[in-house]
Structure formats: C-alpha cells, structure tokens
Design a protein around this ligand. Structure first.
Ligand code: SF4
Ligand code: SF4
Length: 334
C-alpha cells in the first residue's frame, strides 16, 4: 500500500527539528569543549592577611565553601533527568494534573529548599556564556548538563522543566489560587521583558572578570526564600512575587525568566507537546479561559508559552470521556 506523502507543514517541521537538533549539538559541543574539572582550592595565603589588615582581623581558614562531592552532583543531574522524564510522562501520557502537582511539590522540596535553589539552569546561562567567551573561566560538566538537559527535553516534549521540576516555577504554580486573566496584549508586551533581561544578563556576565556580574543569580527573587536568608529587599521582592502569584499566573516565569525565553525556542518545534484534548478536537471553546498563563490561543496550547502544568485538561470534555485517551479516562474515573 502506498504511503501518504508528508504534508508541507510536516516537511517544514522536520526541517526545523533538524536545524534545532544541529544547533543544540553545536552548542553542546562548544560548551563541553569549554568545560573542565573545576578546582576550588584557593591558597589561604592569597587571601588578605592578618598582618596586612591589622586590628583584630583573622584570616578565615576556609576560603571557599567546600566543593560538593562529585557523586552528589551526579545525583543532582540524575534527579533532574528523572524529573524531566516524569514531567513528560505525567503531562503528555498520563495527562495528570495531580501528578504534575506532586512533581511541583518534589521540585520545590529538593531543588528549592534542600538544594537551596542552586541546581539552577537559569543561572547557568551566565556560567555557560562566560565559559564560551573567556578561556580562563572553568565550568564543570555538571553545570553544562544542568544547562542543556531542560533544553533538550523541551525539544522533545515541550517545557516539561517548567511544569514541575523548576523550583521557581513550581513554587509559583503552588501558590496560584484564584487566577485572573491578564489582557492578552499586556501579556504579550510584557513577555518581551524576558529577552531584554537575557540580553542584559549576558552583556554583564561576559564582561572582564573584575567587573563581571551575574545578575540573574543576584536578583533571583525566590532563592532567598528557599535559603531563609538574603538581603531584606530580595526577601520582600520574593514575597511580593508570591503574593502577586496567588492571582496572576507565574509572573516571574511569564515576564522575566530568561531561561523560559530560551526554552520557548526548542519548545516551538517540540516532537510532542501539550494538546488540550486527548484525541479529537470538539472546538467547543470550553478551554478558552482555562489557562492562567495565557497559553491557549484559538483553543490550542501555544507551544512556546505552555508550561506543561496540565491545568487545562480538566476543562476538556474529552478528558472525561471513557473512550478518549485510556490514561485520561482512568484518571477521570479514579
Ligand atoms: S519559566 Fe523560568 S522560572 Fe519559570 S519554570 Fe520555566 S525555567 Fe523556571
Ligand atoms: S495550555 Fe496552559 S493550562 Fe494547559 S498545560 Fe499549557 S500552561 Fe498549563
């Protein structure tokens, strides 16, 4: 039997996927070439000495926080990979909102409070940018993996990292209680801020070492909350985002996160991504206002903006029809 020729749309998508795959491979190659084992040891003699400072100054014995054991870093990368896999399975195959919520709780608990927000692909943008531009700067293989894994997952399954693995997104997901819709025009305009912030962060990160600044980390609004420590203004900023986030869906993710902006690129041509109906579209419009993140347009999830939270499924009648998707039906019955 003759096979159906691919449609122009499918051909375009295949080409885009090919280009994206090549770009990701090139980026991975360049970053891995710049990566190396990071030696944290800094001689105590290089620090300011008691004799130079005078008064009661005592040179601290520990000059740097001791490096995290390699096996622990490998565990972090492994858990990130497992979280991404779980996010894809729960949001796309199981179509489970409850599962995504549990994943979000896990993301906040481990990557947020336990790891204190510092297994962070968002901040790693800066490390990677500096490693690519400054031969003196070392970035570890683990940092490279943390940076690349969510991008690769986005090329396959959409923004599953945002769905529940990223602690910054997850904590905003958990506090959103009574979402209101932000006018689409305002939302669209504010989303450009992410790119401006990314440009500014890269510009400041790749400056010469003495004046280098990692502003994504310095002004991360949630890390001080995960650490129960930090400048008062940052704690207030984090608290403000959370209070605002009870009614406005993920304000930091939508309008400021530079890594979210990067993730939207591979997500655009993802191999599989969120589809609101498990199978046949009704075009009933019941989902039109279901998404608190402004990611449904013309009754379809917008790949670049959808954060794989699985909220919209429950608004779709097909999700509850027993002969819809087997997994969806099973969940609907449970
Ligand atoms: S948009 Fe940024 S902060 Fe939000 S979940 Fe995604 S990576 Fe995390
Ligand atoms: S379309 Fe909106 S509600 Fe549905 S999974 Fe994506 S972000 Fe969540």
């Amino acid at each position: 039997m003759a096979s159906t020729p691919p449609t122009p749309d499918r051909i375009r998508k295949r080409r885009a996927l090919g280009l994206l795959g090549t770009a990701l491979l090139l980026l991975a190659g360049a970053v891995l070439a710049a990566a190396q084992h990071v030696d944290y040891a800094r001689p105590v003699e290089a620090a300011p000495q008691e004799r130079d400072i005078g008064a009661d100054y005592r040179t601290p014995v520990v000059q740097h926080a001791p490096p995290r054991a390699q096996w622990r870093e490998a565990v972090d990368v492994g858990l990130l990979a497992v979280g991404l896999g779980l996010g894809a399975w729960l949001s796309l195959a199981r179509r489970s909102r409850a599962g995504m919520l549990l994943l979000a709780v896990g993301g906040v608990a481990y990557f947020g409070f336990y790891r204190r927000g510092c297994v962070c692909p968002i901040g790693s943008i800066q490390n990677v940018a500096v490693a690519l531009t400054d031969p003196q700067y070392a970035v570890s293989y683990f940092t490279v993996a943390i940076f690349l894994l969510p991008l690769m997952a986005a090329a396959l399954f959409g923004r599953v990292f945002c769905g529940g693995v990223c602690p910054l997104g997850a904590i905003q997901e958990l506090v959103l209680l009574r979402p209101i819709q932000v006018p689409a025009r305002v939302d669209r305009a504010l989303r450009w801020l992410r790119w401006a912030y990314l440009g500014l962060a890269l510009t400041l990160a790749v400056r010469p070492a003495p004046v280098r600044d990692f502003i994504i980390c310095r002004f991360d609004p949630f890390v001080p909350l995960f650490r129960f420590a930090g400048p008062a203004y940052m704690l207030v900023l984090g608290g403000t985002f959370l209070v605002l986030g009870t009614v406005i869906g993920r304000p930091y993710c939508r309008w400021l996160c530079p890594y979210g902006a990067l993730l939207s690129l591979p997500a655009r041509v993802a191999w599989r991504s969120v589809s609101i109906t498990p199978d046949r579209e009704y075009d009933c419009g019941l989902c039109a206002t279901a998404c608190p993140y402004g990611a449904i347009e013309e009754r379809r999830a917008v790949r670049t903006d959808c954060v794989s939270c699985a909220r919209c499924y429950r608004h779709c009648p097909r999700h509850h029809v027993p002969n819809g998707a087997p997994a969806a039906a099973a969940e609907a019955r449970s």
